[in-house]
Structure formats: C-alpha cells, structure tokens
Design a protein around this ligand. Structure first.
Ligand SMILES: [Zn+2]
Ligand SMILES: [Zn+2]
Length: 225
C-alpha cells in the first residue's frame, strides 16, 4: 500500500475484509500518518452534531439550532477537524490531490454501510466551482469508499464562500440548493453528506430543499467536524 499523505510505501497486513474492498487498499494511510488524525468517539461528543466536548450533553450550537430549526437532522462525523485534517483537506480539495479520496475510504464505508436503506446524497458544488476544482470532493469520498450515491441536489450560482462569511451572515443565507429535476427516486429516506461540518448551515440548507420536495433526511454525515 502507498500512503496517500506521505507517499511512502508500507507493508500491509491483509484482513478478510480487505478481500471485499481491494480497490481502496492501494492508496491509503500509513500508521504514522494515521496517528495525526483523531477519530471522534461517541462518548465525548454532542449527540446532535458530533462536536468534540467533555460531556454528552447537547452543545450550545445545537441548542441554538433547536430554536431556529427544530427539524434539523442528527449529524454524524468521523474525524476531528484538527491541523492534520486541515492540511489534508487543503491538498485534497484545493490542490487537486484526488488520490486522497481513498485516505478514509474504509472508515467512511463502515460508517455508512449500516444505513443502506437510505439514499446517499452529496452536497453539490456550483457548476463554476466544479469546473474550477475538477471534481466534487464529497462524491470523490463516496466513490473512493465504493458507495453508491445520487446527486439529488444541485447548486445554482456561486456566492461568497461560506468560510468568508460571518456566522450571522451564514444563518441568513437564501436557499442555494434545488432538487435535480432529472432524477426520480422511489426511496424517500436520505442521508445528506458533506466533507466538513462547521456551523451546520450548509447541511440545514440542503435538508430544507430535500424536505420541501418530500424527502426525509434521516441523518447528515461529514468526514470531519
Ligand atoms: Zn504516511
Ligand atoms: Zn451539537
């Protein structure tokens, strides 16, 4: 296996599950690089958004959401957004290191495969952003994990990136997501997926668009929180 982060080759101990998932074994994460990332553990997170904290009570962010949008679906995240994740994301998303879609493939596969009676819907990019980046980082992660997904949402015109807005501005944003008119689905249960959960605004906007079209967002999911 070649480590997608440090690009060193490391010997691999094969397990039974690897036989099913050989495709994402070629470019993974070596043990050294793995140690820089922190997986969120259920006992230390907010039960509504997976934010890392010292207890299991609902965090202040989610208490606000309960007030503004009580229907907000529970959120699950895999990793803590730490320095290593930020630098990984910079390479993957902004420097075109598309091979990094395999880094957490097994973890994503494990987390989502238990929800297979639902349709996986990625947060879309606008056409301009997609052309600029060359790929949608969220569909990349799902494809890397060998999971089927449906691009049920589309995003219209590009606006100022979320990261350049204040929290208040983000909460007041107009709807930017629409239902893809070319897709018909019989399943109404949806898991909405993004790469990072920061304020939850993007996922809430996606959830609102889906709910208005009659879909039920069972859960939202992100690689990092
Ligand atoms: Zn490495
Ligand atoms: Zn929370």
């Amino acid at each position: 296996m070649i480590c997608g982060v440090c690009l060193k080759e490391s010997p691999q101990l094969w397990q039974l599950t690897d036989l099913i998932s050989v495709s994402f074994q070629a470019v993974g994460l070596c043990r050294h690089c793995q140690r820089k990332f922190h997986f969120l553990k259920e006992e230390n997170v907010c039960p509504a958004c997976c934010r890392r904290q010292k207890n299991k009570t609902c965090c202040t962010d989610c208490q606000k959401w309960r007030h503004f949008y009580p229907e907000k679906a529970p959120h699950e995240a895999l990793l803590v957004y730490n320095e290593a994740l930020a630098s990984w994301m910079e390479s993957y998303k902004f420097r075109g290191a598309y091979h990094l879609r395999f880094s957490f493939a097994q973890n994503i596969q494990q987390a989502l495969s238990k929800l297979q009676d639902c349709v996986f819907v990625p947060i879309p990019l606008s056409p301009q952003r997609l052309q600029q980046r060359g790929f949608n980082q969220v569909t990349g992660l799902l494809a890397g994990a060998g999971l089927p997904y449906t691009e049920l949402l589309v995003k219209s015109a590009e606006t100022t990136p979320q990261s350049q807005r204040t929290r208040q501005e983000r909460l007041q944003l107009p709807q930017v997501f629409q239902i893809n008119p070319r897709i018909t689905l019989s399943c109404q249960k949806v898991i909405l997926i993004d790469d990072i959960y920061t304020t939850g605004t993007t996922l809430v906007q996606g959830q609102k668009a889906l709910q208005q079209a009659g879909f039920q967002v069972v859960k939202t999911f992100s690689l990092a929180r």
